[in-house]
Design a protein around this ligand. Structure first.
Ligand SMILES: [Zn+2]
Length: 230
């Protein structure tokens, strides 16, 4: 939407916080300052995924209300939440002084899953994150040649085996600096497999932008129905 149209829209329908219905901030983030400040931050990552990514930007913990925002995006198609979370994710990345990547690549869905759901939530997030930082969005860099089982019911080891060869790059990415985008990270096996496909295609630096991380206490309950988002 162009700026005059957005400004007109704000006059007709003032921004409202999607969490508390108080007046929201102007612009693409429909939250109020208080709710934004209250979003649950992820625990410091330490070395989590440091072997697979140059940089990990994962600002929030997969707890309320971030989990609710992600789930309504993913399962009810609430695309305004992609705009909010994708924009905020980009702003968090902007705080890091490291040079920005050349392109933004979402974790793809298998075509059958895409048909079923109608959209890819990671692609929606990537679109708004790329827009916020004026970076190119490359939705077709990766694809999923094989359908995989739902990760939800699997333990850590099974998850890694399930997605190990799930991804492939469509074309060479020689020398590319890539940001890989996903909604939630649990054990990291999905994004690790996607990064391996990017690296095999020649990407020289891969960073991960993901909205939320499932807290470790719940990762240890995998396979018992304790983590339900994938
Ligand atoms: Zn609020």
């Amino acid at each position: 939407m162009t700026w005059p149209l957005r400004a007109l829209g704000s006059l007709l329908a003032p921004p409202q916080c999607v969490l508390c219905d108080e007046p929201g901030m102007p612009g693409p983030v429909d939250l109020c300052h208080a709710c934004l400040a209250d979003l649950p931050r992820a625990a410091p990552e330490g070395s989590f995924l440091a072997d697979a990514f140059e940089l990990v930007c994962c600002p929030w913990s997969f707890d309320f209300p971030v989990d609710a925002l992600v789930r309504t995006l993913k399962f009810r198609g609430e695309r305004a939440h992609a705009r909010i979370l994708g924009t905020l994710l980009a702003r968090e990345r902007w705080r890091d002084a490291a040079p920005l990547p050349h392109r933004v690549v979402p974790v793809p869905l298998h075509p059958a899953r895409l048909r079923q759901r109608g959209f890819n939530q990671a692609a929606q997030l990537a679109r708004f994150a790329a827009r916020e930082l004026a970076l190119p969005l490359d939705q077709r860099a990766l694809y999923r040649p094989h359908a995989t089982r739902e990760q939800t019911a699997l333990g850590s080891v099974e998850r890694a085996a399930n997605v190990r060869h799930a991804f492939a790059a469509i074309r060479p990415l020689q020398g590319a600096r890539v940001a890989l985008v996903d909604d939630v990270v649990t054990t990291g096996s999905t994004v690790r497999a996607a990064a391996a496909a990017l690296r095999a295609a020649g990407a020289c630096a891969i960073e991960l932008w993901v909205v939320a991380r499932v807290p470790l206490r719940r990762v240890s309950s995998l396979g018992t129905g304790g983590v339900r988002h994938e």
